[in-house]
Structures are given as C-alpha cells and as structure tokens.
Design a protein around this ligand. Structure first.
Ligand SMILES: Cc1cc2nc3c(=O)[nH]c(=O)nc-3n(C[C@H](O)[C@H](O)[C@H](O)COP(=O)(O)OP(=O)(O)OC[C@H]3O[C@@H](n4cnc5c(N)ncnc54)[C@H](O)[C@@H]3O)c2cc1C
Ligand code: SF4
Length: 333
C-alpha cells in the first residue's frame, strides 16, 4: 500500500479546502470500501481526510415533511431511525439488507453512495479494466459477467452499482447535497450517477473535490407503504444479484401512486419509470403487475451469462406488488 497522510477535519469548509488544494487527497468516511481498495492497490491517495467528526450526523424532518439525512450518519443509525422506519420503510430494509452489522456501524451515507463496483476485474490490478485504467479494455464483456448490468451498459463497461441504500433513495427521488470550495450544490439522484458511455471511469456528476453533505428525501406519502427485497446467492453478507424497492398505494382497486426501482441491474440504481407509467391509474391486478414489469424489462439487453436477471426481476416485482396490494386490501383501502 502506498504511504499516505491522515488528518481529521472538524468543519465542512476546512474539509473542502484540503481537497481543493490537494487533488491526491480523498475523503474517508467509514473506510469500509476505500481502505479495501487501497490495500488492493486500486486506490492510491496521498492523503486521507477523515470526515466522521463533521457535524453531518443528524437525521431531521424538513419543513415540507421530508427528511434530511447527514452524510456521516452511519448505515446502522439510518436503518434504525424511527422516522425512516415509519415514513420510508424500504430505505431502512435496504440498508439492513447490506453488508454486516459491524460494517453498517462504520459505513456512512456519503461513502455508501460513492462505493465502487464489485466487478472482479476492477478490483484485480493485474487485469485490464476501463473503469480503473481508462482505455485498457473491458474483459467482463467476453469473460465473467454473471452479475453484470442488463440496463444502460456499454461495450466499455457492464458493471453494476452495488449499493442497496441507493435503490431505495432512487425510488423516493432523493437529492444529494454537497459542498465545494465554490459553495454548496445539489444533484437529484437521477442525475448523480453518469451514463456509462465510453467514460466508465467518470461515475458521478459531483464536481472534483466535492464533499457530500447529505441526502434530502422529499415528502412521499406512498413511501410509507414500501418494501425492499434483495435476491442474493447466500442468505447474508452478499451483494444483490437483483433487488427492488417498491411502494404502492391502491385506492378502490386502482393504483393511486407507485414507486419502483431496481438494484444490481445497471451502473446506477435503476428507477423503473416505464413500469410506473404502465401501472398508474390502472387496476391493481396480477396481470397489470406482470405487464408493467414486462414494459420495463423490454429495454433489458442481457449478456450470455446474465439473462437470468430478467425473469428474476419480473418475478420479484410481481410478488412485491401483489403483497403490497393485498395489504392495502386488508387495510380496507
Ligand atoms: C464485506 C462487505 C460486504 C458489503 N455488502 C454490502 C451490501 O450487501 N450492500 C451494500 O450496499 N453495500 C455493501 N457493502 C459496502 C458498504 O456498504 C460500503 O463499503 C460502505 O457503504 C461505504 O461507506 P464508507 O463510509 O465506509 O465509505 P468509505 O470507504 O470511507 O468511502 C467510500 C468512497 O466515498 C468517498 N466518501 C466518503 N464519504 C464522503 C463524503 N461525505 N463526501 C464525498 N466523498 C465521500 C471516499 O473518498 C471513497 O471514495 C459491503 C462492504 C463490505 C466490505
Ligand atoms: S465491467 Fe466495468 S468495472 Fe468490470 S472490467 Fe469492465 S470496465 Fe472494468
């Protein structure tokens, strides 16, 4: 591992000033991803700027009824927060579906959004990888790609984003706030992750040296009726091979509001807008749920090894919508 400097910052302006002056410095959240990548030689920062003592560790209601989540809130505190569990249960469930208790105690919201792909070629510095070394090639396309993307990939990269938390945040229209030496800014999560194209090494629209300060969830009454489900190759401690955050509000048998986002299918959390449009205002029936899933999955372009993701997602979405519709029915809605 390259020798590196370490410092702890106590205020946001001081944190962004350090990165503004030193492009080889990196923010350190819980370190659960960055330090692993440093050990593997994938990341080689000259300096780590520890942000865990910044005053960004609170979860607060916003005046309009949404939630503001600080960037250094740990995954454990986020999942356990009573307002998150009550108003955005899929977010709490998504976070609890990720990693282990010890990791969630360390990992932060900012770091979770910026965690890197688990593609095996990316983490193996002896292999080519366009994301790690631009222009070196993408061995996954012809090689191992069982867990690769089925939406929005390109011949230059087929990796998926590994975050569970991000999938629920995408379903609820989260906005990421940040600070730079030039002042604050914000990005809707839908604009936060860049399309892969021929620049897979450019993953987000964050300006260079930006510190994520938090995430804002707008009010969304439908989110109170939401769930997250993750399919993985073993019961715990594994990344998703497919996942979904689903929220559904049915009134008198008609879909009044719906949110759908998929995980482990693209280089970013995948908001399933075609499925949502197909469902809104229509009947809450099994046929309609299947047709909506098909409307979204029609745009999928799987590779030889990952075609299983299409029926997996279809079955997952239909099952989750059916369960949520039944619970609406039981509640007399
Ligand atoms: C064994 C294992 C299993 C896991 N399983 C899952 C899983 O199933 N699902 C899942 O979603 N995740 C999983 N994870 C990933 C884990 O959730 C991430 O490692 C974690 O969320 C990263 O958060 P962190 O605070 O530790 O980030 P760090 O490792 O500290 O940082 C990650 C990146 O974010 C940057 N960064 C951190 N904070 C900020 C900030 N405020 N502003 C700007 N940049 C910042 C860092 O510079 C770095 O580039 C797993 C991790 C491990 C090791
Ligand atoms: S899929 Fe992306 S991350 Fe994996 S080898 Fe190809 S370029 Fe690298």
């Amino acid at each position: 591992m390259r020798e590196f400097g370490y410092e702890r910052v106590l205020d946001v302006s001081g944190a962004v000033a350090v990165l503004g002056a030193d492009p080889e410095a990196r923010f350190l959240g819980g370190g659960t991803n960055l330090v692993d990548l440093m050990k593997a030689g994938v990341e080689r920062p000259a300096r780590l700027v520890d942000v865990r003592e910044l005053p960004l560790d609170r979860i607060e209601s916003t005046p309009d009824g949404g939630l503001r989540i600080g960037a250094t809130v740990t995954n454990s505190d986020l999942a356990a927060h009573p307002e998150v569990r009550l108003r955005y249960p899929a977010l709490s469930q998504a976070v609890l579906a990720g990693a282990s208790g010890q990791l969630r105690n360390m990992a932060t919201v900012g770091g979770n959004l910026l965690q890197r792909t688990r593609c095996g070629y990316f983490t193996d510095v002896t292999k080519a990888c366009n994301k790690r070394v631009p222009g070196s090639g993408c061995p996954a396309v012809e090689g191992e790609h069982r867990n690769a993307a089925v939406f929005g990939a390109s011949e230059h990269c087929v990796a998926v984003h590994p975050s569970d938390m991000g999938v629920a945040l995408a379903a609820f229209d989260a906005v990421v706030t940040y600070e730079t030496v030039d002042g604050p800014g914000e990005l809707a999560l839908s604009d936060f992750y860049l399309a892969v194209g021929d620049t897979p090494h450019r993953e987000t629209a964050l300006p260079a040296g930006a510190l994520i300060t938090g995430v804002v969830l707008p009010p969304a009454p439908v989110a109170a009726r939401s769930r997250y489900r993750k399919v993985r190759e073993r019961a715990s401690y594994a990344f998703a091979i497919g996942s979904a955050a689903v929220a559904l509000d049915v009134r008198d048998g008609v879909v009044h509001d719906v949110r759908l986002a998929f995980g482990a299918v693209a280089s970013r959390p995948w908001r399933a807008r075609a499925a949502e449009s197909a469902l809104l205002g229509g009947p809450a029936t099994g046929e309609a749920f299947a047709a909506a899933a098909d409307a979204e999955l029609a745009a999928a372009s799987p590779l030889p090894q990952n075609g299983y993701k299409v029926p997996l997602l279809r079955n997952l979405v239909v099952a989750m919508l059916t369960e949520l519709a039944e619970s609406d029915q039981e509640a007399g809605r």
